[in-house]
Design a protein around this ligand. Sequence first.
Ligand code: BGC
Length: 350
Amino acid sequence: MDKEQSSFAKSVQGKDVRLYTLSNENGIRATITNYGARLVSLFVPDFKGDTFDVSIGFDDIDGYLHSTQPYYGATIGRFANRIAEGKFTIDGVEYQVLPNNGNNALHGGENGFQSVVWDLEFVNCAAVKLSYHSKDLEEGFPGNLKVTVTFELTSDDALRISYNASTDKTTVVNLTNHAYFNLNGESAGPVLNHVVQINADKYTPINPSSIPFGPLAEVKGTPFDFTQPLTIGGRIEEKHEQLENGKGYDHNYVLDSHDPQEAVATIIGDQTQIKMEVFTDQPGLQFYTGNFMNSTNIMKGRHNDDFRTAFCMETQHFPDSPNQPSYPTTLLKPGEIFQSFTSYRFSINK
Ligand code: BGC
């Protein structure tokens, strides 16, 4: 076991936690831990051929166990994003997830999928498959849910994350990965000069506790318009009620209808020219600019997790879908299989 691996070898909740390395034929390398089915690091070359770790995280398992921000790189479930007051009703029965974010439930409740130890199966040197059995009423959600998440480095330099879930009772499911990216390298400071394009004409406006309300909003003519490539920081301080409610960008974009082979978003690191394209079959994308990063944790490279030093592109269903009948459904019934994918593909901006 090398040093990197031994710093993740620990028994947690009576199960073995480990670090696994994936690599592809072009030298892209990712490390994954089964604590939270989590991306720990992702090494990608820049335009000079130097390699940068573009994923924020910790050097060792204790960093993740004690972090004040629990979601770095993790698989998020059973329900990514917020559920208003943690309450929802299925077939006339009300369920309650205990609020862990003000009055609302965030990312599946206090002990969501980020904080459990997954079983891991090594597929090949470029892929691992993790599985978890979330029990009936765990965190308040109905149904025994069997979930698998596969991380794969593809030959076209993408990290492809595929989800699969089934239940024995009707439930709600919304799965994503919460990688925090900095395409200039994980300790390179604020991401405000990264250039972002998101193929979405609309987003879901939020109230001050980040629950969506009202009709979908048009991005046109607002600081939310990323239909053309623009920097993250260019308009983030503008006076706009939605930027105030999100403390910056922390909003679900309603993705234009698209083929899963078409990128839904493209981000470029201004210093490295590393380009990341996002692909998904999901209807939404939470664009989050690290507005709640507050320097309390010491990360890889011995730097703190300072304000806006990373961004997230969380592909997903819309927030609070269980309570918003006009949104695409997040119900999963017995006999159905939930499947989705997110792919982050890397290249050099030319
Ligand atoms: C949410 C943020 C939250 C963050 C926590 C994001 O998905 O939208 O509001 O602070 O997760 O890591």
